[in-house]
Design a protein around this ligand. Structure first.
Ligand SMILES: [Zn+2]
Length: 564
């Protein structure tokens, strides 16, 4: 089956088969009349490359030891993407030379994005970006290759992570220490890797005429609706409104565990003694998730049903890249979910989360231009995080889910607690990067970064006792892949969580209406600004003390009911 749509003769690893189509677009006569058709042709060509890139990335993450897949990935990154990037630039320039304003309401934001991208594009940055992509993949290889010895078995990091829920404290400590040792063994390599990335990123900024990489990155991420100052407002709101609630959650955990202080291997522990194990193999995970999605919304359930035919890779195994993601194949019209499931409740949450991304992909397929599908990253995460919360009422077996009534309430409450605990960590990851790129001196060292990470964790997460574990504490930034691979891409999760909590708040009053608003916002794709998308979902794009405080109060209220 060809996945090339209207361009059946393209070989996505052979640029010579692509360039003629670019040339045809560049040579075309476009005036304001013909521009819509021309944009669509370009969009269709772009979709072919995006589909190819998604398939190649899928192969390399499904098996990190597949050398042929890695060669394809490297060729795509090193040869095809730079050429595509140059071609895109030329096409944007041609378009912007002809079009003043925007051809239709649904392209106004797209034109603003294009204009920004043209402004910040520098040909000399293309090679640097592709070098950074390869360095990012190196991080994946280092972190993905890590294994821990556990009871005579070699287990992956995601599997080891799941053991941190176990009731036996000594076991938790042992497995936690082994995981930390994996990263500490790579401490020098990871420091070197990051310190190799920093000057390259500064060079990108300097080439584009920016004083700091943050300024460039802001525009690269199309952040038109909020500023770095807003991020600091959000950090302060988290410190004032979330940290006290988080402290209470940690105090409760500490007393339930019966320990005199909360050590880093305790924070994931299950105080109920028996961690939730919703499924033993991924087939059960798949069918259970299906039943839950059907309850949230029949049409969303149908979307998931279609994915079960070859578009899910859920089980953890050796040589699989860590983490989970959802990508989309825009030509064949399928989303795809990748994750490392080992049987935990967290795995279920991940599938529900990635399901939300997949639904966003499918709902926004009605946008004819590829750039208008999906949406701004901040809203993509509203799509996914809302799905976690909208699913929470259906976790009980008699409602379609996996658990007894008591376990379902416990899972729901834990979900709300994790939502609270996420904000302070998010603030650490975000504040760390503001400091690295906009405040720290150019001669910043790994030791400086370690110190800054420690200060930030002390500020936002003061309840964890790291005594005697300075190395483990201060290298926390090594364990966050986004810091290496996707700089500044993290506040999105915090902003989106505020949106998702509002979707959930609305659903507590009227699920049908809230889900309908949610779906209509997803269908808008990337045609509207963040404030407009949030409004369409029945929520407000805000991140000050007031909204954060209101949502924390609602969570505490619901926790009191669920814990009763
Ligand atoms: Zn996500």
């Amino acid at each position: 089956m060809s996945t090339n749509g209207k361009y059946p003769h393209i070989d996505p690893l052979d640029w010579d088969t692509i360039q003629p189509h670019v040339d045809a677009l560049l040579d075309a006569d476009i005036d304001s009349e013909a521009v819509s058709g021309w944009l669509q042709r370009w969009s269709d060509l772009n979709a072919v490359l995006q589909e190819a890139g998604a398939r190649i990335y899928r192969a390399v993450t499904e098996n990190t030891a597949d050398e042929a897949a890695e060669q394809r990935f490297n060729r795509f990154v090193e040869v095809i993407m730079p050429k595509a990037s140059v071609a895109e630039q030329a096409l944007k320039q041609k378009l912007l030379a002809v079009v003043d304003g925007a051809p239709g309401d649904d392209t106004a934001l797209l034109m603003q994005r294009f204009r920004t991208e043209v402004d910040i594009f520098r040909e000399e940055n293309v090679a640097i970006e592709s070098k950074l992509d390869l360095l990012g993949n190196q991080y994946n290889k280092i972190a993905g290759g890590m294994t821990v010895q556990w009871q005579g078995e070699e287990i992956t990091i995601p599997r080891a992570q799941s053991l941190l829920e176990e009731p036996d404290r000594d076991s938790r400590q042992l497995v936690w220490q082994q995981m930390m040792d994996c990263f500490l063994t790579q401490r020098g390599a990871l420091n070197d890797l990051y310190l190799e990335m920093l000057p390259l990123r500064r060079e990108l900024a300097a080439n584009a005429g920016f004083a700091s990489y943050r300024d460039l990155r802001w525009l690269q991420l199309s952040r038109f609706d909020y500023t770095p100052a807003d991020c600091f407002t959000f950090h302060d709101a988290i410190e004032a409104e979330v940290v006290p609630v988080a402290s209470q959650i940690y105090r409760d955990l500490q007393s339930k565990l019966g320990v005199d202080s909360l050590r880093p291997w305790d924070v994931y522990a299950d105080p109920h003694g028996q961690p939730l194990r919703p499924f033993s193999d991924v087939a059960d995970l798949e069918t259970g998730a299906q039943r839950i999605f059907d309850q949230v919304d029949p049409q969303l359930g149908n979307h998931f049903r279609a994915m079960r035919d070859g578009y899910l890779d859920l089980a953890s195994r050796a040589n699989k890249a860590p983490g989970g993601y959802c990508s989309g194949f825009p030509v064949s019209g399928h989303p795809y979910i990748f994750m490392n499931a080992v049987g935990t409740h967290d795995n279920l949450t991940t599938l529900l989360h990635e399901g939300g991304h997949a639904f966003h992909f499918m709902e926004s397929q009605r946008q004819p231009l590829i750039w208008n599908q999906d949406g701004p990253m901040e809203f993509c995460e509203v799509a996914s995080m809302s799905m976690e919360l909208l699913s929470a009422p259906y976790l009980a077996r008699d409602k379609g889910g996996f658990y007894s009534d008591a376990d379902a309430r416990r899972a729901y409450a834990d979900q709300l607690r994790k939502t609270v605990l996420f904000f302070p960590y998010m603030a650490v990851v975000d504040a760390f990067q503001h400091w690295v790129y906009a405040e720290a001196p150019e001669a910043v060292t790994a030791a400086d970064m370690d110190r800054r990470w420690r200060e930030l964790t002390d500020r936002f997460m003061p309840d964890v006792n790291w005594d005697g574990l300075q190395n483990e504490q201060e290298t926390g930034w090594h364990r966050k892949g986004h810091i290496f691979e996707a700089p500044f891409y993290y506040i999105e999760y915090g902003l989106a969580q505020l949106g998702a909590l509002q979707v959930w708040r609305n659903a507590l009053n009227d699920q049908t209406q809230s889900v309908a608003a949610y779906r209509s916002a997803l269908a808008l794709g990337y045609t509207r600004s963040l404030p407009q998308l949030f409004a369409s979902a029945g929520t407000r794009f805000a991140f000050d003390r007031q909204i954060v405080g209101q949502l924390m109060a609602l969570i505490q209220e619901q926790l009191a009911v669920l814990d009763a």
